[in-house]
Design a protein around this ligand. Structure first.
Ligand code: FUB
Length: 322
């Protein structure tokens, strides 16, 4: 109880430096609410990008204006690097620093993110670029790469959200995204233009939060299914399938209905980032990023992942410091 009061006091002082690091477990950060994790492993260090949930307890919608970045050398101790970009990075956007994803290509870091478009009704996806994983990022196009009017499968304004970017071993880049209907498009090597048409992908009970990764030659397409959401996945022989449904790997949260995840390999182990409602006063619009180790079975399927308060054991990455 005493510890919870201290944490709550720290949340009230969000913006002031609060302890992040030594022995930190789940949720990863206690000085603010953080959601929609995206992750990148670069030069032996893992970078974690989150949207900051700024909603008050009484708010009835997301209040999200900026993305934050943290890094770790061991998956246990996290170093804050501030705000590498915010909604204003995209001059054509008006609000909603929703879910994002990042990839490195040819020495540059491309950050794809959901925002609300100022002049084209609905959510859109922008792409920002930086020479460093900690930013600063600038708009790579000067316009959205995806807008709500480009897809017609649903009438909702938020069906073009939650980008997931993946560059295959042959250099072909893919951008997946969607809500209600999953979509993907191939990207040109410049990472800011389409190469071909938009495709739809049928997976069971798709809601949002697509993620694509590759492990030991198998492609894994994962997403948030149902609502409240649970994390499910399929496997396939290529970045575009065909996909075989494999089941649920993380069950839904207690309060918050979303669970947005990201999966990475780091220092010979695999991890899943997600968000929950476990910080005091947490809830639908006050979420907290967390991480667990992810284990593959010998046949390549993923073991079910319980959420824990402890998080993964420290996994110090050789040569990574600070
Ligand atoms: O954070 C806003 C939205 O909630 C994200 O774009 C979705 O993935 C869900 O987590």
């Amino acid at each position: 109880m005493f510890k919870q009061s201290l944490i709550a006091a720290a949340i009230g002082l969000a913006g002031l430096a609060a302890p992040v690091g030594a022995g930190a477990a789940n949720p990863l950060f206690s000085d603010m609410f953080t959601a929609d994790p995206a992750a990148l492993v670069d030069n032996g260090r893992v970078y974690l990008y989150v949207g900051r949930d700024e909603a008050k307890e009484t708010d009835k919608d997301y209040v999200m204006n900026e993305w934050r970045v943290y890094s770790s050398c061991d998956m246990k101790n996290w170093k804050p690097h501030g705000v590498p970009l915010n909604v204003k990075t995209f001059a054509w956007a008006k609000k909603d620093a929703w879910a994002a994803d990042i990839v490195k290509r040819d020495g540059k870091y491309y950050f794809y993110s959901t925002v609300s478009h100022a002049t084209i009704p609905g959510q859109a996806i922008g792409v920002a670029v930086s020479d460093s994983p900690t930013g600063p990022f600038k708009d790579a196009r000067g316009s959205a790469i995806i807008t709500n009017d480009m897809t017609k499968e649903t009438d909702i304004g938020w069906d073009d959200i939650d980008p997931a970017v993946f560059v295959d071993d042959d250099g072909q880049a893919y951008l997946y995204w969607g809500n209600q209907v999953m979509k993907y498009v191939k990207l040109k090597p410049n990472m800011i233009e389409f190469e071909g048409p938009i495709h739809t992908v049928a997976v069971p009970h798709f809601t949002e939060a697509t993620y694509l990764h590759k492990h030991k030659g198998t492609y894994y397409l994962s997403w948030s299914r149902e609502f409240p959401e649970e994390t499910a996945y399929s496997t396939g022989p290529s970045a575009t399938g065909p996909w075989t449904y494999r089941g649920v790997i993380m069950k839904k949260n207690a309060i918050v209905k979303t669970i947005h995840h990201a999966i990475v390999d780091f220092n010979n182990k695999s991890y899943i980032f997600y968000h929950n409602d476990k910080l005091p006063t947490g809830g639908e619009y006050r979420r907290s990023a967390a991480v667990e180790e992810l284990h593959y079975n010998p046949d390549g399927t993923i073991k079910f992942i319980p959420q824990t308060a402890e998080g993964p054991a420290a996994n110090p990455s050789p040569g990574c410091q600070g």
